[in-house]
Design a protein around this ligand. Structure first.
Ligand code: 5GP
Length: 188
């Protein structure tokens, strides 16, 4: 799959080291508490799987899937839940795990929706932050890496559902993603 990559931004080793640091920070911040980790499908799956193994406090996890309408490499802001979590988060300490925060619209929707369920606390942890594209002001509580305005794939992130299995985070060659297709984008 090397031929589709323009550049590797983060190697598997760099990702693992950062995930370890995030896990240590989260373990410290939630010491003595139990967490409910909510992973956002599908992009956060690999990140969540690695991160929870670095978290030392007790936790339960669940998964949520959202869908946004619009071009596949940008968000329109219309978000809806297509698979909700099964557990109640009332009075629970909740940590939402997202792959990337770009315009911020998906994360804001998730935070607004989940906070209406009265959790004891609600924080977000994202693997990647692309602050230059923000449409609304939102800062994740935990953040793996800040990246420039490039479309990235790998380590769970896709283009047209492909490249999620790449162990690194990479930028695709422009010719691969310039053929944007419109329509409903499911599963983030
Ligand atoms: P936001 O609502 O913050 O604009 O977008 C969040 C979603 O957009 C992410 O969960 C992700 O699915 C998608 N997204 C934004 N930037 C990228 C990117 O560089 N690569 C990939 N694969 N998805 C992205």
């Amino acid at each position: 799959m090397k031929e589709v990559m323009a550049e590797v931004l983060f190697s598997p080793e760099a990702i693992a080291a950062r995930v370890k640091e995030l896990g240590a920070q989260i373990s410290k911040d939630y010491e003595g508490k139990e967490l409910v980790v909510v992973g956002v499908l599908k992009g956060s799956l690999l990140f969540m799987a690695d991160l929870i193994r670095e978290i030392k406090t007790p936790l339960r996890y669940d998964l949520i899937a959202v869908s946004s309408y619009g071009a596949s490499t940008s968000s329109s802001g219309i978000v809806r839940i297509i698979k909700d979590i099964d557990v109640s988060i009332e009075n629970e300490h909740v940590l939402v795990i997202e792959d990337i925060v770009d315009t911020g619209l998906t994360l804001r929707y998730l935070i607004t929706t989940l906070s209406s369920r009265q959790p004891a606390s609600l924080k977000s942890c994202v693997l990647l932050d692309k602050p230059s594209r923000r449409k609304i002001e939102i800062t994740p509580d935990y953040n793996g890496f800040v990246i420039p305005d490039r479309f990235v794939v790998g380590y769970g992130l896709d283009f047209a559902q492909r490249y999620r299995q790449l162990p690194m985070i990479a930028v695709l060659k422009p010719e691969v993603y310039s053929a944007e297709k419109n329509g409903e984008k499911e599963g983030n």
